[in-house]
Design a protein around this ligand. Structure first.
Ligand SMILES: *Cc1c(COP(=O)(O)O)cnc(C)c1O
Length: 229
């Protein structure tokens, strides 16, 4: 059995190899450790090994962990799961980032509910280019309207886009989706000063994502082991 620290090191090695192959600087890709369903003790192990960015999928579970680890004030907490509009307040009050914004209603509520003593909430718009019904996210056609609306919200800072490309497709299909994401990201990255994040790539596909310009990979299983259930 490998420790969490050993698996984190392996994840960094994978990122370093993938950036090197694409002639990108090794620090151009951040590692978000997705700790959903895993106990606080696992997150502490990762923290002690140097990890600072953590992602959670379930709001209540995430808030409990944030509160349990409140003394570690250099952790950056990212919400990456679907958000119901009646849960936005908890997200606005506790998280540093929300990567799964997929409609105006959610963005508007997060903007209204972000406490004024906190820095603006960093947000990414979730895209679903493969049109998978099981996943949240908007189409490419809907992106420009939502970008414009979020840019008008003073308590939100639009940082980029997030996507979960379909698993189990051909390499050609995967590349096609990743290329579209990179293209959309590039359009806004050149125009908007804070738009610096292309969050794509997970345990199984981080190399392909990094080859297509990902700036943040979200890794759960490869760091914390398989999830139950
Ligand atoms: C669970 C999850 C991940 C991590 O997936 P792994 O395959 O375990 O690395 C990344 N992003 C999102 C949005 C997730 O829900």
């Amino acid at each position: 059995m490998q420790t969490i620290a050993e698996r984190l090191k392996l994840a960094h090695e994978r990122i370093d190899q993938a950036t090197a192959r694409s002639h990108r600087p090794s620090n151009s890709v951040q590692l978000l450790a997705v700790s959903k369903t895993k106990p606080v003790s696992d997150i502490r192990q990762a923290y002690e090994a140097g990890q600072r960015l953590f992602g959670e999928n379930y709001i209540q579970e995430g808030v409990e962990k944030i509160q349990a680890m409140a003394e570690l004030d250099d952790i950056q907490w990212h919400m990456v799961g679907p958000i119901q509009s009646n849960k936005t307040r908890l997200v606005a009050e506790h998280f540093d980032w929300v990567q799964s914004v997929d409609r105006l209603k959610i963005a508007r509520r997060l903007n209204e509910q972000r406490p004024s003593h906190l820095a603006p909430l960093n947000v990414c718009i979730q895209l679903n280019l493969d049109g998978e019904a099981s996943k949240s996210g908007i189409s490419a056609e809907e992106l420009s309207a939502l970008v414009e609306q979020i840019e008008g919200f003073e308590n939100l800072r639009l940082r980029g886009i997030m996507a979960i490309p379909q698993a189990g497709v051909t390499d050609a299909q995967q590349n096609d989706t990743l290329e579209q994401l990179a293209e959309l990201f590039g359009q806004y990255h050149t125009k908007l000063s804070n738009f610096d994040t292309l969050s794509v790539g997970m345990s199984g596909d981080l190399e392909a994502a990094v080859a297509h310009g990902s700036t943040m990979v979200r890794v759960g299983t490869a760091i914390f082991g398989a999830r139950r259930g």
